[in-house]
Design a protein around this ligand. Structure first.
Ligand SMILES: Nc1ncnc2c1ncn2[C@@H]1O[C@H](COP(=O)(O)OP(=O)(O)OP(=O)(O)O)[C@@H](O)[C@H]1O
Length: 306
């Protein structure tokens, strides 16, 4: 029996978003969509427009042109009923009342004790949740802000730099929580400068530069598009290098290690070296991170545009 693969619907559709601060365009025809259950990362340099995009999605800014739709409902500054039911967000600094406890602030969002207990336990906030928030550290305030965004388990959660001020354990917990919630169908849109953390949690990445989208792609595809290097050590590196160059492999020798660029016929390469009586003593594909992949990819994008 053949199985029909049902495409997930778009939960967020942003179309032609253009925004000015004064006379300066800070978003320029921004288009993207996020499918239900996806975890999408938003990356860009300082001032690229990440927070501005998130604010526009939440009806916090007046946009010049373009539309935002969440769960098929238009969102504007004056029309945002869909957000109350379906969206949790932490943008810039968490809005916290200093004379309420963390628990009381969470109660402003939901009275459901099961949900309240769940988030306090999940983010391990029990030690301070009943203290007044004015005594909270930066990290505790940030955790409370995240808890406020997640507590009702809304369809969409928008998090602007959520890892700010969190210690490594809290970052790990947040990452696990996001992955678990995404498994249940929740959708996330997360900006972060900590690419090494972001890449552990996202399915797709949206890259913006000077208010324009320059890349939107699944992480899997991004990784596949990166031509991996190979590190080789042999019993006779000098001889190996000559053979590789003669056979048009891009390669270089440094500190007794040969770097070979993107060998797509690994068997041929190994067989060729062995036929020369060169023994391969070590072969290694170095782990590659999102930052390296993106820099390479963006070089190609800007190179192609020249
Ligand atoms: N209220 C404002 N008035 C005028 N200009 C603003 C305002 N808010 C942001 N900007 C400008 O809009 C541009 C985009 O800012 P935005 O905060 O969206 O960037 P970002 O990508 O979130 O940056 P960062 O990584 O530093 O947080 C910047 O050039 C910024 O100076």
């Amino acid at each position: 029996m053949s199985r029909l693969k049902i495409a997930k619907p778009d939960l967020v559709v942003v179309h032609g978003l253009t925004q000015y601060y004064g006379r300066r365009a800070v978003l320029k025809d921004v288009n993207f969509s996020i499918k239900a259950g996806q975890v999408m990362g938003l990356i860009g340099a300082n001032g690229a427009g990440k927070t501005t995009i998130m604010k526009a999605m939440l009806g916090l800014n007046r946009v010049r042109r373009g539309t935002v739709a969440i769960a098929n409902e238009r969102v504007t500054q004056l029309h945002h009923a869909v957000l109350a039911e379906n969206v949790g967000a932490l943008i810039e600094h968490p809005a916290i009342y200093p004379f309420l406890t963390g628990w009381q602030q969470l109660q402003l969002i939901t009275k459901d004790v099961t949900q309240l207990q769940w988030i306090v336990e999940t983010l391990q906030m029990a030690a301070y949740i009943h203290q007044n928030a004015k005594h909270y550290s930066l990290g505790m305030r940030q955790q409370l802000g995240i808890a406020m965004a997640l507590v009702r388990q809304p369809k969409l959660v928008v998090l602007d730099e959520p890892m700010n001020g969190l210690d490594p354990q809290a970052v790990k917990r947040l990452r696990q929580t996001i992955r678990e919630l995404a498994q249940t169908g929740m959708t996330f849109f997360i900006s972060s400068h900590i690419l090494s953390e972001l890449e552990k949690v996202i399915d797709d990445v949206l890259v913006i530069d000077h208010g324009r989208v320059i890349l939107q792609t699944p992480m899997q595809q991004l990784r596949a598009s990166y031509h991996q290097r190979l590190l080789l050590q042999t019993t006779d590196n000098a001889h190996a290098l000559v053979w590789l160059q003669q056979h048009h492999y891009g390669c270089a020798l440094q500190n007794d290690v040969i770097t070979v660029a993107a060998p797509d016929k690994l068997n041929q390469l190994m067989a060729g070296l062995i036929a020369q009586n060169i023994q391969i003593t070590r072969i290694n594909e170095p782990a590659v991170d999102l930052e390296t992949i993106l820099l390479t990819q963006l070089d190609q994008v800007s190179g192609a545009g020249q």
